[in-house]
Write a protein that binds this ligand. Sequence first.
Ligand code: NAD
Length: 472
Amino acid sequence: MTDARTTGISSDCADLIQQALQAQRSLFASGKTRSLTFRRRQLQQLRASLVAAEDDIFAALKADLGKCELEAYISELALVTGEIDYALKHLSRWSQPRRASIPFALQPARGQVVPEPLGIVLIISPWNYPLQLALGPLVSAIAAGNCAIIKPSEISAHTSALLAKLMTQTFAADYVNVIEGGVETAQALLAESFDHIFFTGSSAVGQVVMRAAAEHLTPVTLELGSKSPCVVAADANIAVAARRIVWGKCFNAGQTCVAPDYLLVQKQIKDELLAAIAQTAADFFGKDMAKSPDYGRIVSDRHFQRLHTLMTDALASGKKIIGGQSDPATRYMALTVIDQVPPAAAVMQEEIFGPILPVLTYEDLGEAIAFINQRPKPLALYFFSNDAAQQKAIVTQTSSGGLCFNETISQYAVPALPFGGVGHSGIGAAHGKAGFDTFSHYKSVLKKPNWLDLSLRYPPYQGKLSLLKKLL
Ligand code: NAD
């Protein structure tokens, strides 16, 4: 077959994609990808390839995002190998058929729910965690017995090229195929019929993906962005909160889908918290963050310009606490904390996805909850407080993809916690068993023996209803 792992696909894009799909359909139809031994071997090979390529992965992520090695390791490489280890550990249990109970009137019979792979799945990934957001879903797709085509982001070009190279070395193209390219390539892929589309990216493109999927009635998982609120109550441990907020906001220079987007602070502790945040930022990154080897860069000029406009606008309407420095040449932007930002400001209207932290205040928790509930349901919600009653109010009175108490962003790293949005922040879930379920169909199987075949259910029905009513 022709290998469609081509960069810069142009006019023959559709042909190459169709050939790639055809090859995968043949492999899937052979049944080879269904065997648990096969799935395990592929996961082990993927793990070995990634571990062997650690230095290349670090270099590519440094080139794309200025990512330091520690962040690259914990948020990209170790997350994928962790997902692989978790899947290898649980695969036999996940893939077992489950027994289903049978109502008395349908006895004798056996009921089973049997997980089966969907077929050929399309994974479209973004640039902010370009390795992990392409390979995390791939681990689940392989574990569930599927073939996959990955379309990584054109913006994280170094990591996407490395990803294509690694997958070519690790897998046959009729099993896992990386097709690089931009919007045009994504749209050519979306024009084809897949058995599932797993998309991670912006809400606007999520709508494009869902529209295209509707043409083929293809099920979708949409992992989207949102404005994730970070609420800090008066009883919070201020020093710990400041550290975890600065860490979660500055990780990958704020370009994290679950980064705390804005602060909602209980009024009486605002000054103390903001002073602690300023001190923490200096402790973590020094007086000049631009010189810190641990602080990343904005991915592209376009995103830098977008963030610069948001920052300038917010600084004009609010009060700067720290930050404001930036350099378009290196795409550096300091952590910029801005107090007294009006809720109508542009920075409070869209997902920030960068190191700008607007600060708003609330008097009592009901006000904070109302503020959150007046906006689209976020991907993550963070609440800093040890008060059980307030924690319960947050759990029961708000809705979000995930929720952390006294923590930011770490929920993503727990394979046993399904990861996904709700409402505008996404559809479906990833990681661990949830990821396996996403790429599986749960087939209901009813098995009847022939030795008993009561005439009660067959026509003519006359005189049978009253007896049936007693049985059902
Ligand atoms: P994006 O939506 O611009 O791009 C994502 C992918 O879609 C890329 O591969 C891109 O080539 C493709 N694409 C872009 N425009 C397209 C179009 N018109 N038609 C078809 N495909 C198209 O997102 P991004 O800028 O790469 O990533 C940032 C966004 O992703 C943020 O909103 C962030 O919150 C979100 N995100 C969500 C998660 C999550 O797990 N929920 C994780 C990371 C990022």
